[in-house]
Design a protein around this ligand. Structure first.
Ligand SMILES: Nc1ncnc2c1ncn2[C@@H]1O[C@H](COP(=O)(O)OS(=O)(=O)O)[C@@H](OP(=O)(O)O)[C@H]1O
Length: 401
């Protein structure tokens, strides 16, 4: 028996392996090698919010989320070997929220110093990361004479949708690599509104999934999403020719100080707007884009692709360091939302989904587009099946992708 038949025996079917729709699609272009001497962050997980960014950060970092501070802010505890020894997360919190600020703030030296000192091996007083000078303390096991590449990373899920983030990143870290996880926008919006409901002090006294909870949840979700759909539909209705869509939408929904004016749940899923903005600042080879669903289905293959894409030695990977359990998963009241809301959400997002597919196709991400179409159709069908209050046929609501 030759190698092929051995392969058939071990994996069931070669055809199944070759056509696995959940494997990460190939990255675009040939990225420049990382700088092994850099002590600035070299990897940013930019979003999308509710796209699985917490899981990705902690799988890589061998850590888990923890709440340490009285104000509820989050940190993490490191407890396992990192997925790859050369990739290391910020030692503070997963989300540093540095680039989703006004440019005037991100250009302040003191604020930059604080940001860089949030990463392992960077001393706020002694080091000058932008000039490539860092002290590499002993606890990292690195000496200045044998500096292996150390890819420092952080994951701020709001970067993808923030109007200033791409330009801020380009100004400070023009060579940085970024990963974005794109989740089906209706399911993502529901995940986002669900989180806010569960965090809201107003509803904190309700016992989860009781009839009172479900009634309050339904009222909140329906009102909030309809309100946001209305605001964003008005913004799109006012678009004029001659200026990029992302500039006009950003202007419509962000205050002059860069605060999003109450449309978060719907706005984050407008991936065409966001990627148009990022791709106007960065070459596609700096941006690895995944389907959240595919990442969920095949986490290890995605992590291995990331290691490969960063040009790190795959032989050093600790592939059994991560159990790949879902992180930040929340419960929902089943069968509680009207079919009409789904129809409105689906109708709203459909042209934007088409626009992002065309944008990605035009930038060389053709096989990702095929994967997203399939993944989004499946996730949307599952979300509607779970949450819709009537037994209407799901296919009545689904768009043709
Ligand atoms: N491995 C993996 N792959 C894909 N998706 C995953 C994964 N692990 C968790 N999840 C689901 O992602 C949702 C939370 O996303 P984030 O961690 O990005 O949220 S946040 O923006 O940091 O608040 C949250 O979705 P909901 O449960 O629908 O709220 C998680 O269940």
């Amino acid at each position: 028996a030759g190698p092929l038949s051995r392969h058939f025996k071990s994996s069931g079917s070669l055809a199944a392996v070759m056509h696995d729709p959940w494997l990460p699609s190939p990255w675009v272009g040939q990225p420049k090698p990382l700088d092994p001497l850099a002590c600035t962050p070299q990897l940013l997980i930019i979003g999308a919010m509710k796209g699985g960014t917490t899981a990705l950060f902690h799988y890589l970092n061998g850590s888990q989320p923890a709440i340490h501070y009285p104000n509820g802010s989050k940190s993490h505890v490191d407890f396992k070997p990192r997925y790859h020894p050369s990739i290391i997360g910020t030692h503070v919190t997963k989300e540093l929220h540095f680039f989703d600020k006004q440019p005037v703030r991100t250009q302040t030296p003191l604020y930059q110093q604080q940001y860089f000192a949030s990463f392992p091996g960077v001393d706020a007083l002694a080091d000058q990361p932008l000039a490539g000078r860092c002290s590499y303390p002993a606890q990292l096991g690195l000496s200045s004479s044998s500096r292996p590449a150390l890819v420092r990373m952080e994951a701020t899920a709001m970067y993808l949708a923030h109007p200033s983030a791409a330009a801020n990143v380009q100004r400070l870290l023009p060579q940085v690599r970024m990963v974005a996880l794109l989740r089906e926008p209706v399911s993502r919006a529901l995940s986002s509104v669900n989180m806010l409901f569960q965090r809201s002090p107003e509803y904190a006294q309700l016992k989860p999934l009781t009839p009172e909870y479900t009634a309050a949840w339904k009222a909140y979700v329906v009102t909030e999403l309809r309100r946001q759909l209305g605001i964003l539909s008005d913004c799109f209705a006012k678009l004029t020719m001659g200026r990029p869509v992302h500039e006009q939408i950003d202007q419509c929904v962000f205050s002059p100080t860069g605060t999003l004016t109450g449309v978060l749940h719907v706005h984050v899923g407008l991936y065409a707007v966001h990627l148009e903005r990022w791709l106007s600042h960065f070459a596609p080879e700096q941006l690895l884009i995944w389907s959240s669903n595919a990442f969920d289905e095949r986490p290890q293959q995605h992590m291995d692709q990331l290691v490969h894409w960063l040009g790190l030695d795959p032989a050093l990977t600790n592939s059994n360091s991560s159990s790949f359990q879902k992180l930040h998963e929340r419960s929902y009241p089943a069968g509680s939302l009207p079919a009409a809301l789904f129809q409105e959400l689906v109708a709203f997002f459909q042209p934007h989904n088409e626009r992002v597919c065309a944008l990605l196709q035009g930038h060389g991400y053709g096989s990702l587009v095929q994967q997203l179409r399939r993944a989004w159709q499946l996730e949307l069908a599952e979300t509607i099946r779970t949450l819709q209050d009537s037994a209407d046929d799901v296919s009545d609501v689904l768009p043709v992708m």
